[in-house]
Design a binder for this molecule. Structure first.
Ligand SMILES: Nc1ncnc2c1ncn2[C@@H]1O[C@H](COP(=O)(O)OP(=O)(O)O)[C@@H](O)[C@H]1O
Ligand SMILES: [Mg+2]
Ligand SMILES: [Zn+2]
Length: 510
């Protein structure tokens, strides 16, 4: 059977560890100066090199002639330590040996001198899995460690460790590995394995790894075995994710508020077998990369020339604040995607509401009473509403209370089969509602929210409000300057209901 890449390419010296420069430098310095602590704690996401570094370090502190702080691999101690039966480097996986007994064994064995090297090293992997009494037993040992003992504790969940343990360890936080480094590594491995691959394909693999070397190598493994000439298309096929170009097209449609484009792109991606959640995640990554490009510059990203050119083009049509709001909107939709029976509609709603927020930001608010008068968007905030101190939400997430009510409202509407709130692209985005005192204010802005202003929605919303708690009043605030027909539609929708309608300045219309 073929060895998995992540086993085959487990680093055996610190030079082979990528993306953890500060940690590696510190550890190497300690070895070169012979200043070894008694307890180390390696924390960080999975697949970032904790166990690998622990193994290298445990060997290096024993090696007779370390090379640049790494084990030489040739001396008798290095050779002895390579044998799994050696007693000087003890590896324990707390996830499987989480009993107190193992730690008790350990407490006894720390008393014996190392067999071949200077130190006895104990690597306790996933140390957060130890039971309470095992922790206590470990703590006793850590309190008075014999001079020849070194502990290296590894964990992905450092918050689960007792402070008494934390305070006795020298802590190293392993970082997610940047995509460009993952790309270089996977490229090198493909070369060593004698498999040709397009850079674009390798870049795709590196991105999917999301900072974990282990995940990158596992994904790389699947692609490596599929062909001896890996194209981008093939990589996409194997990994089951849509192409970056299609994501770019979709993003482009979003920043241009091209509703038709959004719908057809989503359809295309979904038709190609991509899950709605995946589309959403890809868009999030793309938006994030655009933001990086616009703020930190292109050096922070690794992408092909064409990809760069496309990103630069799209970024010229958008702004950082929009992207921040957009990512938040998608994040909010993601939870809903998981439970929805029609996730595609949820995603489309989120995308369209993002467009609407651009439209909202660009639209000069016009009060209904004074048609045609224009004002800068910022002036809206400054214009103190005469009667109602309700501020238009500027892409800020609502507070807990609002979210609670909104969640109730949505589930209620969904149950009652009133899908208009979710279909027709009027998902009632989080940032377009506010609970102000006893008023549940819905900001009806551009056309896409206007579909909320339908009699069924209004009635259902009011019923849900009544059930949620007595005294809640639904208020619709009209923001955009869609003209008299919009106002008519809103008034028509709330006919016979106790719903208040105000204009963009808080002036009561109904
Ligand atoms: N920083 C890194 N540099 C090089 N390879 C790494 C790195 N981190 C992880 N790997 C690869 O992933 C595999 C698993 O890494 P490991 O050290 O067990 O990660 P962790 O303990 O942080 O989950 C290793 O065998 C190695 O191939
Ligand atoms: Mg590990
Ligand atoms: Zn050696």
């Amino acid at each position: 059977m073929k060895t998995a890449l992540y086993r085959k390419y487990r680093p055996s010296s610190f030079d082979e560890v990528i993306g953890q420069d500060i940690i590696v430098t510190t550890l190497v310095n300690q070895i070169e100066r012979g200043a070894i602590s008694h307890a180390y704690l390696f924390t960080g996401s999975r697949g970032t090199g904790k166990t690998s570094c622990a193994k290298i370090f445990a060997r290096a502190i024993n090696c007779l002639s370390p090379v640049h702080g790494s084990p030489c691999g040739k001396c008798e101690v290095c050779k002895a330590l390579l044998s799994p039966s050696n007693l000087d480097v003890v590896e324990m996986d707390a996830a499987s040996n989480n009993g107190v007994d193992k730690i008790r064994d350990l407490r006894e064995s720390v008393g014996y001198m190392p067999a071949s090297g200077k130190y006895k090293a104990y690597i306790i992997d996933e140390v957060h899995m130890l039971s309470g009494s095992a922790f206590n037993a470990l703590l006793k040992t850590l309190e008075e460690p014999p001079a020849h003992v070194v502990f290296i504790l590894c964990t992905t969940e450092v918050h689960k460790l007792p402070a008494t343990i934390l305070s006795r360890c020298m802590r190293f936080d392993f970082k997610l590995v940047p995509t460009d480094k993952l790309f270089a590594l996977i490229k090198d491995i493909f070369r060593k394995e004698g498999v040709k691959a397009e850079d674009k394909a390798l870049m795709h693999i590196a991105r999917l790894g999301e900072g974990s070397v282990r995940d990158t190598l596992s994904i790389g493994d699947r692609c490596l075995n599929a062909s001896d000439d890996l194209t981008y298309e093939l990589a996409l096929e194997i990994t089951g994710t849509g192409s970056n170009e299609q994501t770019a097209d979709l993003m482009d449609a979003v920043v241009r508020s091209d509703v038709g484009g959004i719908i057809s792109k989503v359809e295309q991606l979904a038709g190609a077998g991509k899950s709605v959640s995946q589309i959403s995640r890809d868009l999030t990554v793309y938006a994030r990369d655009l933001m990086v490009l616009m703020t930190a510059g292109g050096e922070r990203l690794t992408a092909t020339k064409e990809t760069f050119a496309r990103m630069a083009e799209i970024s010229s049509k958008t702004s950082v604040p929009f992207l921040v709001g957009f990512i938040r909107t998608l994040g909010g939709a993601e939870a809903e995607l998981r439970y929805s029976t029609s996730p595609r509609i949820v995603l489309e709603s989120a995308l369209l509401s993002a467009c609407a927020s651009i439209a909202g930001a660009q639209t000069t608010p016009v009060t209904i009473a004074e048609q045609g008068q224009s004002a800068k968007p910022t002036e809206r905030k400054e214009t103190k509403p005469a009667e109602k101190p309700v501020k238009a939400p500027a892409n800020t997430p609502p507070d807990e209370r609002t979210l609670g009510l909104l969640g109730y409202l949505r589930s209620k509407l969904r149950k009652s089969g009133n899908l208009r709130l979710f279909g027709e692209y009027s998902a009632l985005p989080d940032d377009k509602v506010r609970l102000v005192g006893n008023k549940f204010v819905v900001f009806v802005g551009s056309d896409s929210y206007l579909t909320f202003a339908e009699p069924e929605n209004m009635r259902a919303a009011q019923e849900a409000l009544d059930e949620f708690g007595a005294g809640y009043v639904l208020q619709v605030e009209k923001l955009s300057d869609g003209g008299a027909s919009e106002l008519e539609q809103i008034l028509e929708a709330v006919k016979g209901l106790e719903v208040e309608v105000v204009d963009g300045r808080g002036k009561r219309i109904k």
